[in-house]
Design a protein around this ligand. Sequence first.
Ligand SMILES: Nc1ncnc2c1ncn2[C@@H]1O[C@H](COP(=O)(O)OP(=O)(O)OP(=O)(O)O)[C@@H](O)[C@H]1O
Ligand SMILES: [Mg+2]
Length: 560
Amino acid sequence: MIKLLPEELINKIAAGEVIERPASVVKELIENSIDAGASKIKVEIQKAGTKLILVSDNGLGMAKEELSMAVERHSTSKIQDFDDLFNIHTLGFRGEALPSIASVSKFEMISKKKDALAGNVLSIEGGKILSIGECGAPNGTTVSIKDLFFNTPARKKFLKSDTTEINHITDYVLKYSLSYPNISFELISDGNIALRSPGSGSLKDALASAYGVDFVKGLISVSQEFGFGKISGFISPPSTSRIDKSYEIFFVNNRYIHNFLLNRALEEAYRNLIPGMRYPIGIIFIDIDPKLIDINVHPAKREVKFQNTKDIMDAIKKTAASGLNNLFDKPAESPYQAGQNFGEKWEPAMADILFPNDNFQLPQTKIELDISSVQPLIPLYQLKETYIIATDGIDMVVIDQHAAHERIIYDKLLGGNPVSQPLLVPANIELGIKESTVLKNNLKYFLELGFELEEFGGNTFILRATPQLPPKINVAQIIIDAIAELLEIGESTAIEQKKDNLKKSIACHSAVRAGDKLTDEEINQLIKDLYSTKNPLTCPHGRPTMIRITHLEFEKSFMR
Ligand SMILES: Nc1ncnc2c1ncn2[C@@H]1O[C@H](COP(=O)(O)OP(=O)(O)OP(=O)(O)O)[C@@H](O)[C@H]1O
Ligand SMILES: [Mg+2]
């Protein structure tokens, strides 16, 4: 028998699509407050939003009738007919968010219009209206959500750890603080201020309060007009890159969206400028005639369909490339310094394994090198500034310079009791909110590795000393990368694994990279340093540092 489902159940089904987790509630409520013209939006959460989410704004507010209409399904003040759907200037348009939220929580909405004498309060539990009545209230709207998913236990079970859920919430508030820098946002989590944006109208200020002043300093401002509209924002110089794409951020008409084609377009502008497996920073705003896009393609409006995606991709690439164009006059600095590591007292650690018969012969080569009796390999050539071709006089050996250097640094960090080198001038490291929490929780492990870091209030840290690292290395960048990896593996990982990850991350991010030109001296030192490690044959991630092509293989290939 075919039956029409009851309204409450319809709402619950819709909620399944729109409201995945506490962060979805925060997102929808913030969007409503922005659409209502608020200049101040405060978000308070308790227990990662599972106990309480409270969003208050100083926007337009609603009268009593509007309040009860707002929670009806498909009721919206934002569009009126089909044509409007393709000309959307607001963040909301479906009239779906509030009824969805109210069907899976204990919901209360208080609202007052500016010229009204009193406000009104509406209470709903699991989609059932409990009461509506007059009350005293400030101008604007406050929505409070208690016990989210109390009546959909399956959904509740799918929630991740509190830290993860808080991260998702922070992310939304943070992204909207960037696209609406004229609005002052505040996020309070279990009584602590997690984020506060100034609402000064300047994107730079908003970026600084989200990610720290240092983050903003090096960024390049870009802006270019196109037939469809405008691309603008900030991008990083090639010297600053990240280990993941989380700082490639796109807004379409101020709506934060995901579209991997846009990421690709931005990355394209950095091709050959930053090493492979690293990603640029780009806070990119696409302003486009709403008629040229369709937002109605994803239940949570996370995606946008462009009428002509290729135009947008080309425009992003062009805008970023022209921003980068002014920066190409600096000579590259050599990243690997000769003599910095083990000096002259070098002994191969695995001599017996590597040269079992101990009748190591010096190759007949014309290269002038300071050959000692323990020089294991004679470097011949740096191939594509990535591989070192070398020989022991019998076999040919190809070394991956990055993997080799990674092993050298990792072994030094493994050694324990690292020699900390105090910085002449302590450095300030300013981090974003998420990153600073991770660093606070893991400060002692950084200290064990020789990074003397101190909290300086807010999200700022002072770096007083570092372990012995290659010179000219950007230590702040290494710390930021290590934090990103800690974030990735999660708080609950076992301590030993965390510590090891940290060492690997530091080794990886401070090692020379593919594409770094090395001098003969540096190459020679790298080989010596590599052979003094405990395991010269693999990098800390287990990949080979070198491959050997034996003379027997040559003979076979040449059919001798
Ligand atoms: N904070 C607020 N201030 C003023 N009016 C609001 C506020 N929140 C909601 N409303 C009103 O309630 C209506 C319904 O809100 P709801 O979020 O359910 O739908 P929407 O925003 O129109 O569309 P969508 O489902 O796409 O978000 C809105 O159209 C708006 O008129
Ligand atoms: Mg809405």
